[in-house]
Design a protein around this ligand. Structure first.
Ligand code: SF4
Length: 375
């Protein structure tokens, strides 16, 4: 399994919580697309000819591009890489970009999965988050996508928003279910320092929700979606049968991936690369024939920690026997005290040499994984 991620670093407006790399100044858009096309050529050997099973156009807001521009990128990927016959091609999209004509064109150029950034169906909250769309557009985008022939749809939701409250969150879940997407990703809002929300927090204008409130929302998320036939296969991801996000699953299963564009990350089993998070510096580098990135050579310890961090969050759990064979690391032996303690607290469970987070443990996933890391 291998994947290609293409980062389109432009948005129409900045959401108040967003810490991704993007710019609302779109003057560099054309030059950026040329640079990304050039980087694809420069990086064609990064995954050593592995077959590509998924392509993910993310950002930023890749749906703001003309379909012709997306098509050009996809044609180039197909020319440079060996693609699986059933390659998953996901476009991250904002509802306001998804009118029916465009949706039909997206289907024609080979996009076969849409990840729609809905976040909430409450207009007041959408304005608070500074999203560009409203709830009617959110609903219409899903209905339109279906009309255009997209049956592989995922929607993003956010909980833990100040002023959201349990009733509003449950109403969002009900509304989401009524649209019957194949997949739902739900994230707890984190207040990042370099965002408007981070600024508001420093000024005392915003108080993050209490941990118990977010925990209750997470619990109702899991309960509601499981009762309605979604499998909770990763902390933030829920899927109808056979609709796991192939691209993200490849990350969680340590598959190779090539990320192109500013701020994109790549991994090929030996190294991790991270492109500069600056549009002009990225373009300058590519134009001079150099990929502006930092390269980290991964050591045994990095592989082990990466494995623990990603796998523990999934339904597949941490395969302790595999970890031992692959990296010579006996997690059960090395962390016996902590694993026993977490087991007694019903935060983890050990089953057939695999370590899993329990329902209760999923609420503390970050703390538990950090405690199990090799330092
Ligand atoms: S549209 Fe997406 S990438 Fe752009 S600012 Fe909003 S959350 Fe961030």
């Amino acid at each position: 399994m291998a994947g290609i991620y293409i980062h389109i670093p432009f948005c129409k407006q900045a959401c108040h919580y967003c810490n991704f790399h993007f710019s609302t100044h779109r003057g560099l858009q054309e030059t950026m697309l040329e640079a990304i096309a050039q980087e694809l050529k420069m990086q064609r050997d990064y995954m050593q000819g592995e077959r590509v099973d998924s392509i993910y156009l993310g950002g930023g807001t890749p749906s703001l591009l003309e379909v012709a521009a997306l098509d050009k990128l996809l044609v180039q990927v197909a020319q440079l890489f060996v693609l699986a016959d059933d390659v998953e091609v996901t476009l991250e999209a904002n509802p306001d970009d998804l009118h029916l004509v465009k949706l039909k064109e997206l289907k024609v150029v080979g996009i076969n999965r849409l990840s729609i950034g809905i976040q909430t169906f409450q207009d007041g909250l959408l304005r608070y988050l500074h999203r560009i769309h409203d709830s009617q557009q959110a609903i219409a985008s899903v209905q339109g996508a279906r009309k255009a022939g997209f049956d592989n749809l995922t929607i993003d939701l956010i909980y833990g928003i100040p002023t959201q409250g349990q009733a509003m969150w449950e109403a969002d879940l009900t509304r989401a279910l009524s649209l019957q997407p194949a997949h739902i990703a739900a994230y707890c809002l984190t207040i990042e320092p370099k965002t408007v929300f981070g600024h508001w927090q420093r000024k005392g204008k915003l108080t993050p929700v209490a941990e118990e409130v977010a925990a209750r929302q997470f619990e109702s998320l899991v309960e509601t979606l499981e009762v309605n036939g979604y499998e909770h296969y990763e902390i933030s991801n829920f899927s109808r049968p056979h609709h796991y996000a192939r691209h993200n699953t490849n990350y969680w299963k340590q598959g190779s991936y090539l990320g192109v564009g500013p701020g994109a990350h790549s991994y090929n089993g030996q190294t991790r690369q991270c492109n500069v998070r600056h549009n002009q510096q990225y373009i300058n580098g590519i134009q001079q024939g150099v990929i502006p990135c930092t390269v980290e050579v991964l050591h045994n310890k990095d592989h082990i920690n990466e494995y623990i961090m990603t796998r523990l969050r999934t339904k597949w759990g941490c395969d302790l026997a595999w970890l031992k064979t692959q990296y010579g690391y006996d997690l059960q032996q090395e962390q016996r005290v902590r694993i026993d303690q977490f087991t007694a607290q019903q935060l983890v469970r050990l089953e057939s040499s695999r370590l899993f987070l329990t329902k209760k443990g999923k609420l503390l996933a970050d703390e538990i994984t950090a405690a199990l890391f090799v330092v």
